[in-house]
Design a protein around this ligand. Sequence first.
Ligand code: NAP
Length: 233
Amino acid sequence: MSLSTSPTILIVAAGRGLGHALAEQFHLQGWHVIGTVRPGSGHTKLHDLAANGGVEIETLDIGEPEQIAALRRRLDGRELDAVFVNAGITTEDQNVTIGEVTNDDFTSVMLTNALNPMRVIEALQDLVSPTGLLGVMSSGQGSITNNELGQREIYRASKSALNQLMRGYAARQPEPKRTLLLTAPGWIRTDLGGPDAPLAIEDSIPRLVTVMLDQLGTPGLRFLDYRGEVVPW
Ligand SMILES: NC(=O)c1ccc[n+]([C@@H]2O[C@H](COP(=O)([O-])OP(=O)(O)OC[C@H]3O[C@@H](n4cnc5c(N)ncnc54)[C@H](OP(=O)(O)O)[C@@H]3O)[C@@H](O)[C@H]2O)c1
């Protein structure tokens, strides 16, 4: 049962930053948006967007497997055209090295950026149309080829791990018909990106959404930036 005749995208982590901007853009493009916020988030920018209709709000902390299962149950019978997992974190000290990082900090970034997005994809994939899109927010920092300057070691490693896990997922699809995307939005001024980033959200996300829409209907996995350029693994 679909609540809407518009195509539907589920965006995980849409309360602020790039996720909220993605929800706004898909909404502007006429899509029905289901956006998630973490339980107990209170009023977010997604709630403002939802006030105009065409946007539903769900709750999910991707670090809680029972919440992923509960969301899957709540969405039972829905037909989605796309699922995009945007959630991500970095270490508090972004430049902590692998020699200095604590087990807790390393584990937390790896779980949030690599394992848990894939858990969401695995749990929700069957709701997505056979020719739909499954995507995860990666980062140019996840490119091993492009890592010549170092820095942000833990974050980089987590996004490289995410990319590898998505490649494993893609490789085991028997008849790949869906679009699988890892996206690199550029370095953007958000809470995570910080104030020194060269791009504003508006410089990247409308273009990234165009890239995602252009990719719909082309099966297989790609790692693309917000200009539609292939990012080397
Ligand atoms: N900004 C950049 O320059 C940049 C560049 C490349 C890639 N990215 C990636 O883009 C994505 C969004 O980043 P952003 O810049 O918009 O950062 P942000 O403003 O810090 O937003 C992070 C988002 O992730 C959510 N999140 C974190 N942990 C979560 C969890 N366990 N369960 C559910 N949601 C969780 C946050 O929800 P709460 O509001 O509940 O905390 C928030 O919606 C991340 O994956 C990031 O790695 C960002």
